[in-house]
Design a protein around this ligand. Structure first.
Ligand SMILES: C[S@@+](CC[C@H](N)C(=O)[O-])C[C@H]1O[C@@H](n2cnc3c(N)ncnc32)[C@H](O)[C@@H]1O
Length: 218
């Protein structure tokens, strides 16, 4: 279990810092704005704009603070789209850490973190969460997804999670037309994604980053 410290990012929202890895959970330029830009806007909203199917199935790599799940739950309610949300996490936050996060709708955040693992839980009529306490390298996707939020620590820090094998497994878990979004725009990541068969789109990044990646399974 890694030690973690709370940090206030430039938009006022919390992130966590892991001294052992010298790595934060989000951009220090704004955790909230990064999640909204990369995962909500470029990922979820993009998918619901052209997919008629429901529920939309979202897979998150690295549940962490639960911020992406929280924002997706809020968006599901706002848009009336029903969502099945599966999240993989090897090092879950403890209750005290989750309760100290300064994200909006604390009640929802507490419920996200309090959910039992390994079983789908309907948190509202439009949002079902299934958390998997497993190493991504061991994770076996069940069923197919429309959107993947790839939010692992950076490729320099955890290269094993940005490998061809891992992305191939995720490609296989996407329905045709499905998308994978990530905050990283490293050349090596783009090359691996293209080699597997994704169409790689380079989009403007969140504050502090020039670019991000959206990869589409055609
Ligand atoms: C960049 S953080 C992002 C977390 C989350 N998306 C958030 O918004 O807080 C990366 C996450 O991946 C998790 N993680 C690290 N190694 C992992 C592994 N091998 N398998 C699954 N999760 C892992 C970390 O514990 C952390 O929660």
């Amino acid at each position: 279990m890694m030690k973690r410290q709370f940090i206030i990012t430039d938009d006022g929202s919390h992130t966590l810092f892991v001294p052992e890895l010298n790595e934060t959970y989000h951009s220090t330029r704004g955790a909230m704005q990064e999640s909204l830009h990369v995962f909500l806007q470029a990922g979820f909203r993009c998918a619901i704009s052209y997919l008629a199917k429901q529920p939309i199935r979202v897979l998150e790599v690295g549940f962490g603070t639960g911020l992406n799940a929280l924002l997706t739950w809020q968006e599901a309610e706002y848009s009336g789209v029903s969502v099945y949300y599966e999240a993989v996490e090897k090092y879950p936050l403890d209750e005290k850490e989750a309760a100290a996060l300064n994200y909006p709708e604390q009640g929802k955040l507490v419920r996200l973190h309090g959910c039992q693992w390994e079983t789908p839980i309907a948190l509202s009529p439009c949002f079902t969460l299934c958390k998997r306490n497993v190493d991504l390298l061991e994770y076996v996707p069940m069923g197919y997804f429309e959107v993947i939020y790839f939010d692992a620590f950076a490729p320099d820090v955890q290269p094993e999670l940005w490998s061809k094998d891992v992305f191939h497994k995720l490609y296989e878990a996407l329905n045709p037309g499905g998308i994978l979004v990530t905050y990283s725009a490293k050349g090596m990541v783009k090359t691996v994604l293209r080699d597997i068969g994704f169409e790689v789109q380079r989009l403007a990044g969140a504050a502090g980053k020039r670019h991000m990646i959206r990869a589409v399974k055609r």
